[in-house]
Write a protein that binds this ligand. Structure first.
Ligand code: AHG
Ligand code: MN
Ligand code: MN
Length: 313
C-alpha cells in the first residue's frame, strides 16, 4: 500500500462482507444485519430520551414509554414481516408473539435494553439477542444458531457469533459496522472477576470461591451492566462473570433465555465456558420465559474452579 493512504481506503471489512466471507447462511446474514442496524435506532432513542427512565412525558404531553419498552417496540417493528422471523420473545413481554406468517426460519429472543437503570449514570448499557432455528422451549444447544450483543458506550460495538467464531465490530462515523476483532479467543485464565449480587446474600461455597479469586489477585470489575461486564471478560481475553445463587433467591437473578443463553453461545465460540455452577447453560432446557439461573461464565480455569468449590462438601 502507498504511504499516507488513510485507514478508510484499506480493505475495510464490514459486517455483511464478514458474514458472507465466513459462510453464514444468507437469511441469517440478513437477519443479523437488520438487528445490528436496529441498534442505531435504539441508540438514537437513548439519546432522545434525555436519560429519563420511565413515566416521562414527551413535548406533546404523550406518555413516553420507558426505554426498555421503546427499545422493545423498535426491535419488534424492525423484525415484524422481515420475512425471517416467525416468533419474537422479549424480556419486556410476558409471552412469545408470532410476528411472521408462520413459516419463517428463525425465532428471536431479546433483552432489548439490558442495564437500563444505569442510563442516567451514562455507564454503558446493551442489547442482547438470541437467534434460534426452532421453538425456544428446548435446550439452547439444540435450538440456537446465532447470538449477538450491542454495547452502547463510548463506541457502539456489536459482537456476534453464528457458530463460526466470535467477532467484534465498531460502528464508525459513517454508520458502518467495521470489523475490529476477528475470532476472539479467551486465554486459559484471566485476571478479572465480576461478582454480581450482595456479599451478605452469598452461599458459603460461593463466598469461598470469591475469596480464592481475591487471594489469587484477581481484580474486581463490576459495573452492574451485564453486557459491558461480559464484554470486558471477552475483550480482556479472560476472567469470570458470576451472578450466583443467593440465599434468598437460589435461582439467582439473570434470565436463562434472554441473557444467559446468548452470552453462553458467544463465550463458548470464543473458547470459554458458561455454567449454572453445575451444568452448561446451553444444556439447560428452557421451561418458561421467566426462568432464571445462577451463572459462572468466562475462561475455562476460573469457571472450572467455581464448579470445584460448589461441588466440594
Ligand atoms: P435488565 O436491565 O435487563 O433488567 O438487567 C439488569 C441486570 C444485568 O444487567 C446485571 O448484570 C444485573 O441486573 C445487575 O444486578 P444487580 O444490580 O443486582 O447487581
Ligand atoms: Mn437484562
Ligand atoms: Mn432488559
Amino acid at each position: 500500500m502507498g504511504e499516507g493512504i488513510s485507514d478508510y481506503t484499506r480493505f475495510v471489512v464490514d459486517l455483511r462482507r464478514h458474514m458472507w466471507m465466513a459462510g453464514v447462511e444468507m437469511e441469517l446474514r440478513r437477519l443479523i444485519w437488520q438487528i445490528a442496524v436496529t441498534g442505531k435506532y435504539i441508540s438514537a432513542k437513548i439519546h432522545e430520551s434525555n436519560r429519563k427512565l420511565a413515566g416521562y412525558k414527551n413535548l406533546y404531553g404523550e406518555e413516553q414509554l420507558s426505554l426498555d419498552r421503546s427499545a422493545d417496540e423498535i426491535l419488534k417493528n424492525q423484525l415484524q414481516y422481515s420475512g425471517f422471523v416467525r416468533e419474537y420473545a422479549s424480556e419486556e413481554r410476558d409471552a412469545v408473539i408470532q410476528i411472521g406468517k408462520g413459516e419463517e426460519k428463525y425465532f428471536v429472543t431479546a433483552d432489548p435494553l439490558d442495564g437500563s437503570s444505569l442510563v442516567d449514570t451514562n455507564l454503558s448499557i446493551g442489547t442482547i439477542i438470541g437467534i434460534h432455528k426452532e421453538s425456544v422451549f428446548t435446550r439452547g444447544r439444540d435450538s440456537m444458531v446465532a447470538a449477538l450483543y450491542i454495547t452502547y458506550g463510548p463506541l457502539i460495538t456489536m459482537v456476534y457469533s453464528a457458530g463460526k467464531g466470535t467477532h467484534e465490530f465498531v460502528l464508525n462515523r459513517e454508520g458502518e459496522y467495521v470489523l475490529s476483532q476477528e475470532h476472539i479467543m479467551l486465554e486459559e485464565r484471566g485476571s478479572i472477576y465480576s461478582p454480581g449480587g450482595l456479599r451478605k446474600d452469598y452461599t458459603k461455597k460461593h463466598l469461598k470461591y470469591l475469596e480464592y479469586l481475591e487471594a489469587a489477585g484477581y481484580k474486581l470489575r463490576y459495573s452492574g451492566g451485564f453486557v459491558p461486564d461480559i464484554n470486558q471478560v471477552l475483550i480482556k481475553r479472560g476472567g469470570v462473570f458470576t451472578y450466583p445463587a443467593l440465599m434468598k433467591s437460589p435461582r439467582g437473578k439473570l434470565r436463562l433465555l434472554f441473557e444467559l443463553q446468548p452470552m453462553a453461545f458467544i463465550i463458548e465460540e470464543a473458547g470459554g465456558i458458561a455454567t449454572d455452577g453445575e451444568d452448561e447453560i446451553l444444556s439447560l432446557r428452557v421451561q418458561d420465559l421467566e426462568q432464571r439461573c445462577p451463572i459462572y461464565i468466562g475462561s475455562r480455569f476460573e469457571v472450572e474452579k467455581a464448579m470445584e468449590f460448589l461441588a466440594a462438601n
